[in-house]
Design a protein around this ligand. Sequence first.
Ligand code: SF4
Ligand code: SF4
Length: 82
Amino acid sequence: MARKITDKCISCGSCADVCPDGAVSEGRDTYVVDAARCKDCGKCEKNCQEDAIVADRKQPAPASAGAAPAAGFTGASAVRAR
Ligand code: SF4
Ligand code: SF4
């Protein structure tokens, strides 16, 4: 589960400084977390003086493997020899 930054953020930038994965960057109004990069280490959350960083529970679960492949043809053709 990634972290996300709420509107409590005052754009101080210290979370971006401590993120080891470069997942935090300055957004339009607040700093933002790139969920694809976030490893959920929690350093940004501990470092934020404004308590603006929380777990992002809306992150979708990883996609499942998808549809199973259709069963192949395994039937042997019976050729009747006469
Ligand atoms: S440390 Fe907190 S207040 Fe500062 S930019 Fe990050 S989320 Fe915003
Ligand atoms: S939880 Fe860790 S990896 Fe994710 S944004 Fe915060 S510091 Fe970066």
